[in-house]
Write a protein that binds this ligand. Structure first.
Ligand SMILES: NC(=O)C1=CN([C@@H]2O[C@H](COP(=O)(O)OP(=O)(O)OC[C@H]3O[C@@H](n4cnc5c(N)ncnc54)[C@H](OP(=O)(O)O)[C@@H]3O)[C@@H](O)[C@H]2O)C=CC1
Ligand SMILES: CC(=O)N[C@@H](CCC(=O)OP(=O)(O)O)C(=O)O
Length: 361
C-alpha cells in the first residue's frame, strides 16, 4: 500500500518530536518533510538521539518548499504561525492539522482578546473542524483544516461530555481543577519551566482566566445543545514531565431529585453515571472508563493516546466527581493529531497509536 506523505512544521519542539516518534513507525504514512528555522540542514537523528536509526531526514527551512510534496501538514508551532502559513498550503490542496490554538475558537474578536494579538488569517475563521474525534469524527474525516484541542480542553471535555446534555445536571456550576506536567509549556518556554523552578513545587497559574477557558466554554456549550454553561477552570503546574489530570465537580440541577446519591433510580448516583459514561464511550478506542472506585493515574497513560476516567461521589448529595487523565503531549497534542490524520486519510483510527504505558515510567 502506498504511504501518504506528511510534513511537520516545528520539528524541534516537544509536540513536533512526539509527532516524529509516532509517525516514523506509523504503518501507513511517510514523514517527507520536517521544518525548523534554527536547525535547518541538521539531521533529525543527530538532533534527537532518541530517533537515531529511525530516519535519514534532515530539518529543512520552512520556506524551502519541501512541504509542497505532502498530502497533510502538521503545525506544531506557537500561536499565529499556522494562521500565517496555512492559506498558501490549503490553496495547493494540502490539508492541515494545527496543534496550536489558531483555529479553535469561532469568534475572531474573542480569539484576539484572549491571545492578545491580531489574528493573521481572519478569513479562515469558521473553516476549521475542532479535532476532538469523540465529538466530530465525521466532520474531521472530510476536513481540510483541523484545529486540535488544547491539552486541558481534551482532558476536561472528555470528562464532561456524557453529562452535558443531561437535564439532571447543573451546567452553571461546573468546577474543573486541572494539573499539567511541565512539558505542556513547550520546549521554548524559558525560566518558568527550569528544574529549579518546578521541582519540589506546586502552584496554580492563570487562575484569573486561562486562554483555554473560552475554548472549553464554546465546545462544552455546543455539546450541551446551547444550554448556558458556567465553568470555573483553574490550572496547576505539577513537577512531572508529562501528564495531566482534571478533577471535575458536577452538581445536580436545582430541579433534579435530591435523594441520597446511591439510591436506585437516581441519575446522579455513581452507578448511574458510570453506566452513562460506559455507554457513551463504549466504542471509543481511546477512552477508558475505569470500574467504580478506581482512581486514574497519569502514569497509566504516559506515552499513550488514552484518556482514562474515574467516577466518584462522597456521601450526601454532593457533586459527582470525575477524574480524567491524559498524557498532555499525546492525547493532549500529537497523538490526537495523528488520530485526526488517520480519520482524514480513511485509515483505522488506532493505526500507529496502539501503545501501552511504561510501568514504572
Ligand atoms: N506541549 C504540549 O503539551 C502542548 C502543546 N500544544 C501546542 O502545540 C504547539 C507546539 O507546542 P510545543 O511543541 O510545546 O512548542 P515548542 O516551543 O516546544 O516548539 C515550537 C516549535 O515551533 C518552531 N517555530 C517557532 N516559531 C516558528 C515560526 N515562526 N515558524 C516556523 N516554526 C516556528 C520551533 O522551531 P524553530 O524555532 O527551530 O523553527 C519549534 O520546533 C503550540 O501551539 C502549543 O501551544 C498543544 C497541546 C499540548
Ligand atoms: C503547563 C503549561 O504551561 N501548559 C500550557 C498549555 C498547553 C496547551 O495545550 O496549550 P495551547 O493552547 O497553547 O496549545 C499553558 O497553560 O499555557
Amino acid at each position: 500500500m502506498k504511504r501518504s506523505k506528511v510534513g511537520i512544521v516545528g520539528g524541534t519542539g516537544y509536540t513536533g518530536a512526539e509527532l516524529l516518534r509516532l509517525l516514523l513507525v506509523h504503518p501507513h504514512v511517510e514523514v517527507a518533510a520536517i521544518t525548523s528555522r534554527s536547525e535547518a540542514g541538521q539531521k533529525v537523528g543527530d538532533y534527537f538521539p532518541s530517533l537515531r536509526g529511525r530516519t535519514d531526514l534532515a530539518f529543512s527551512d520552512p520556506e524551502s518548499g519541501d512541504l509542497d510534496q505532502c498530502e497533510i501538514v502538521f503545525f506544531a508551532t506557537p500561536h499565529t504561525v499556522a494562521a500565517s502559513q496555512v492559506g498558501a498550503l490549503l490553496a495547493k490542496g494540502i490539508r492541515v492539522i494545527d496543534l496550536s490554538a489558531d483555529f479553535r475558537l469561532a469568534d475572531k474578536d474573542q480569539w484576539e482578546q484572549w491571545y492578545k494579538v491580531t489574528h493573521p488569517a481572519p478569513g479562515l475563521f469558521g473553516e476549521a473542524v475542532y479535532g476532538l474525534p469523540e465529538v466530530h469524527r465525521e466532520a474531521i474525516a472530510s476536513a481540510r483544516l483541523v484545529a486540535c484541542p488544547g491539552c486541558y480542553p481534551t482532558a476536561i471535555l472528555l470528562g464532561l461530555l456524557p453529562l452535558l446534555d443531561q437535564d439532571f445536571v447543573d451546567l452553571t456550576s461546573i468546577i474543573a481543577d486541572a494539573k499539567s506536567g511541565v512539558s505542556g509549556a513547550g520546549r521554548a518556554a524559558a525560566v518558568g519551566t527550569l528544574l529549579c523552578e518546578t521541582s519540589e513545587n506546586f502552584k496554580t497559574y492563570a487562575a484569573n482566566g486561562h486562554r483555554h477557558l473560552p475554548e472549553l466554554i464554546q465546545h462544552a456549550t455546543s455539546s450541551a445543545g446551547g444550554r448556558p454553561l458556567g465553568l470555573t477552570f483553574v490550572p496547576h503546574l505539577v513537577p512531572m514531565m508529562r501528564g495531566m489530570e482534571a478533577t471535575l465537580y458536577i452538581r445536580r440541577a436545582p430541579s433534579g431529585t435530591s435523594e441520597s446519591g446511591n439510591d436506585a433510580g437516581d441519575p446522579l448516583s455513581p452507578q448511574a453515571v458510570h453506566d452513562l459514561f460506559s455507554r457513551y464511550f463504549e466504542s471509543e478506542p481511546f477512552v477508558d472508563v475505569l470500574p467504580l472506585g478506581q482512581h486514574p493515574e497519569t502514569r497509566s497513560v504516559k506515552g499513550t493516546n488514552i484518556c482514562r476516567i474515574g467516577i466518584f461521589r462522597q456521601p450526601g448529595d454532593g457533586p459527582i466527581i470525575i477524574s480524567s487523565v491524559i498524557d498532555n503531549v499525546v492525547k493532549g497534542a500529537s497523538g490526537q493529531a495523528v488520530q485526526n490524520m488517520n480519520l482524514m486519510l480513511g485509515l483505522p483510527e488506532i493505526a500507529g497509536l496502539d501503545y501501552t504505558a511504561l510501568l514504572p515510567g
